[in-house]
Design a protein around this ligand. Structure first.
Ligand SMILES: *Cc1c(COP(=O)(O)O)cnc(C)c1O
Length: 377
């Protein structure tokens, strides 16, 4: 036992994210209520209250909870009741495209705008064919996709739009929730996300009829005890997850504010470091600071992977979100739209990106240490 307390703390690994948890006492009290009522799942009281409170918090009317963000995508795609091609981004978590395969759609990759890391609307129309059914963009890092341009294209070609909004919990643009865009938006409440229910997710829909149909799709297709109207799946969130989510929701604003401080601190500290760019986000956007991506350019003193290794050997676990690109995985790389010549920006960004640790309780001294390692090795 030689090291000082300070050294002991520094020896702890710093991961890219770390969830904040409610007090164990509060959660125990929720569990006691579940034990008392014996309502464990199937839209019990915690589930109903969480849907209601999330609607209030997010500024949307129709929230349907599900058991994870991938199931949210699968149910949202199943909702379309059509099959064909769906235009999507290769620069995302693999679940975005996997969900298309699970629902029988053909993914068509379109390149990103390197400034936003989001689907480039200027390239979407060239990818539309007679078989195109929908567009599945992602609000990458919680930075809103170009929702107006995408909606205009969708309207012109009679396409559906489903947003994978897994990164966009609570994000607003000009004061308005971006979760109301498109036909549907899906959220993930996985442990690594800004708001989590251990595992969980939600679908945001535009009207009560859509919410009702999503309710059927997530519960085997049941309308009542004897009526099944669709080949639905089991996408239900349990009462334990919903109760936990209600406790998390109480402090999520505070968490996001703490993340904002960390994010701004990084930005200032990294300003002027040669060869390191941060993501530009419009002033009109109130983000959630779920990720802190940097882009390691050719004129940085070492390569991106060398920087990743350097941080790792110092106990700092950054992540290369999103590398490799979805389009380079064996299931997708033979698609015509996956050819590298089609995805030049996404390929470059995937080779430059590094997401640095960010979470509410990340102390600014650790940020200093990370920036010092980046700058000086
Ligand atoms: C996390 C994530 C998902 C999947 O959500 P799960 O809740 O882990 O199933 C889907 N898309 C994106 C962009 C994600 O980041």
């Amino acid at each position: 036992m030689t090291g000082s307390k300070e050294n002991d703390r520094q020896a702890e690994p710093i991961f890219v994210t770390r969830p904040s948890l409610p007090s164990l006492e509060a959660f125990t009290e929720s569990l006691r209520q579940i034990w008392d009522t014996k309502m464990l799942t199937n839209a019990g009281p915690f589930h109903q209250e969480l849907e209601h409170r999330l609607g209030e918090y997010l500024g949307v009317e129709h929230v349907s909870l599900v058991n994870n963000g991938t199931v949210a995508l699968i149910i949202a795609l199943q909702f379309l009741e059509r099959r064909g091609e769906v235009i999507t981004t290769p620069y995302s978590f693999v679940a975005t495209t996997n969900a298309l395969i699970w629902t029988g759609f053909t993914p068509v990759f379109v390149d990103i705008d390197p400034m936003t890391c989001n689907l480039d609307p200027a390239r979407i129309e060239a990818a539309i064919t007679a078989d195109t059914v929908a567009i599945l963009p992602v609000h990458c890092y919680g930075n809103p996709a170009d929702v107006e341009a995408i909606q205009a294209i969708a309207d012109r070609h009679d396409l559906h739009v489903i947003y994978d909004a897994a990164h966009a919990f609570g994000v607003r643009d000009n004061g308005k929730s971006i979760l109301g865009c498109g036909d549907l938006s899906t959220l993930s409440f996985h442990a690594t996300k800004v708001f989590n229910t251990f595992e969980g997710g939600a679908i945001i829909s535009r009207d009560a009829a859509a919410k009702t149909r999503i309710g059927h799709l997530r519960n085997f297709g049941f309308v009542d005890e004897v009526t099944v109207v669709t080949s639905g799946m089991n996408g239900k969130m349990s009462e334990i997850n919903a109760a936990f989510g209600l406790l998390q929701l109480k402090h999520v604003s505070e968490e996001i504010e703490k993340r904002r401080i960390v994010s701004e601190y990084y930005r200032q500290a990294l300003d002027g470091v040669q060869g390191v760019d941060c993501l530009a986000v419009a002033d009109s956007v109130a983000g959630n600071y779920g990720y802190f991506p940097i882009f390691v350019k050719a004129d940085f003193r070492i390569g991106r992977d060398e920087l990743y290794d350097l941080l790792k050997s110092n106990g700092i676990y950054s992540r290369r979100y999103f590398y490799p690109l979805i389009s380079s995985f064996p299931m997708y790389r033979d698609l015509p739209s996956a050819r590298p010549a089609n995805l030049g920006h996404a390929i470059r960004i995937a080779n430059e990106v590094l997401c640095l640790p960010i979470y509410a309780d990340l102390d600014l001294e650790t940020v200093d240490k990370i920036v010092d390692l980046i700058e000086n090795g």
